[in-house]
Ligand binder design. Structure first.
Ligand code: PMP
Length: 411
């Protein structure tokens, strides 16, 4: 396999030429060289079933021909021109989003990443409310731009030494949000939530979370932004995860799965909120014909393959399989999540720290041919976020391998 540099050389080049802010989960990370559907291949030819999907991105599967053929055709027809001219895919995608977005949310702004999407939504909230503060949740991750780092609670992602300049209050639960709304509502532009926290450890908001909050947000004119960058586009078993809750968000942000590997991000808002965002704000490549064609092809694929209901059904199977595995291993907690976004917290065991056991499981599962994710504030949560086209046999095979791994650790 001399055509590939191989993991050691790639790590050497990363250490020499990349800014050293990226890190990997694995002691010996594989060099991934190609992928198809739910399978990815490394430079030695080893095949893995992908249970992380590039952090919820590859929901429609790797190198999906139905999506990529349309994108390639668009690439060879028109890639980019400035927004001072008119192009069609961007308005077609915005119209399609309006059909599936919750409530009266119907106007979109396009950019190239989740961070930009949230940054723009936070800005829109300030423009609409003319208030400057935000409320966000403990355990949140909303991006790596200035405002989004500011509303990110996970300490390891609060990179900027001046991040405290962003006026935000963090809440640990429903009653803390209520208290903040009562005290700081008059200065607060928005409450931003991940309906299912991703990096925070796959933690869905409790079902009753909005029971009191929904009315208080309205009373205080504080906007609700649902960050659907990990949870959106069917993964949770509904098109958007906020739809599991009896509340109407004012804004939705999305990215990742909408492009199925092509860079795209967006925020969408109700017409009255959108009407306050009239000052110029343009993203050079935001709304480009190629990314928007990818978005349209993804929405078509989700619909034709019924991926939303599939995520709910296959998520139930994944959850029950993982529940069985957890029962047999004292260091594995019961799984949690919605649809095909499931996490399992790892505990300490016989003198071994939880993050070390988590890494041991990840490494062993990789050897057995399964890529699973890891997250959580303490880096001790196993994350299962496969492509939504995952097969039942792949779910049961993964659970079997995890069961074997757990019993090996039990000794
Ligand atoms: N919000 C959430 C919930 C995320 O998980 C992430 C990235 N993991 C972001 C925002 C930022 O997205 P991006 O990396 O595309 O900027």
């Amino acid at each position: 396999n001399s055509e590939y540099l191989g993991p050691e050389k790639i790590i050497e080049l990363k250490q020499k030429y990349l800014i050293p802010c990226s890190y990997h989960f694995y002691r010996r990370p594989p060099q991934i060289v190609r992928a198809s559907g739910t399978k990815v291949y490394d430079s030695t030819g080893k095949v893995y079933t992908d249970f992380f999907a590039g952090v919820s991105v590859m929901s429609c599967g790797h190198c999906n021909p139905q999506i990529n053929n349309r994108v390639i055709q668009q690439l060879n027809t028109l890639q980019h021109t400035t927004s001072i001219y008119l192009t069609q895919p961007v308005v077609e995608l915005a119209r399609r989003l309006a059909e599936i977005l919750p409530g009266t949310i119907c106007r979109s702004f396009f950019c190239n990443s989740g961070s930009e999407a949230n940054e723009s939504a936070l800005l829109a909230a300030r423009l609409f409310t003319q208030k400057r503060k935000f409320i966000a949740m403990e355990g949140s991750l909303h991006g790596r731009t200035f405002l989004t780092t500011g509303v990110t609670a996970i300490p390891m992602w609060r990179t900027d030494p001046f991040v405290d300049e962003v006026p935000v209050s963090f809440a640990s639960d429903e009653s803390a949000v209520m208290e903040l709304l009562l005290n700081e509502g008059p200065e607060t532009a928005a409450l931003i939530v991940e309906p299912i926290q991703g990096n925070g450890g796959i933690r869905p908001l409790p079902p009753s979370f909005f029971d009191r909050i929904a009315a208080e947000l309205k009373r205080q004119k504080v906007l609700l932004i649902s960050d659907e960058i990990q949870s959106g586009f069917g993964r949770s078993g509904k098109m958007f995860a906020i739809e599991h809750y009896p509340v109407e968000p004012d804004m939705i942000t999305g990215a990742k799965a909408l492009g199925n590997g092509f860079p795209i991000g967006f925020f969408a808002a109700r017409p009255d909120i959108a009407a306050a965002f009239t000052k110029p704000s343009a993203s050079t490549l935001g709304g480009n014909p190629v990314s928007c064609t990818a978005g349209l092809a993804v929405l078509d694929f989700i619909k034709s393959e019924k991926l939303v209901s599939r995520a709910a059904e296959y998520g139930d199977l994944l959850m029950s399989e993982l529940r069985q595995v957890a029962k047999a291993a004292p260091f594995l907690n019961a799984p949690r999540g919605l649809g095909l976004m499931v996490g399992m917290e790892v505990g300490a065991y016989q003198g071994k720290a939880a993050p070390d056991i988590t890494d041991e499981i990840l490494e062993a599962m990789k050897e057995k041919g399964f890529l699973i994710g890891k997250n959580g504030v303490n880096r001790n949560v196993l994350a299962f976020q496969p492509p939504l086209i995952i097969e039942k046999a792949e779910i049961t095979a993964m659970a079997d391998a995890l069961g074997q791994t757990a019993s090996h650790i039990l000794g």
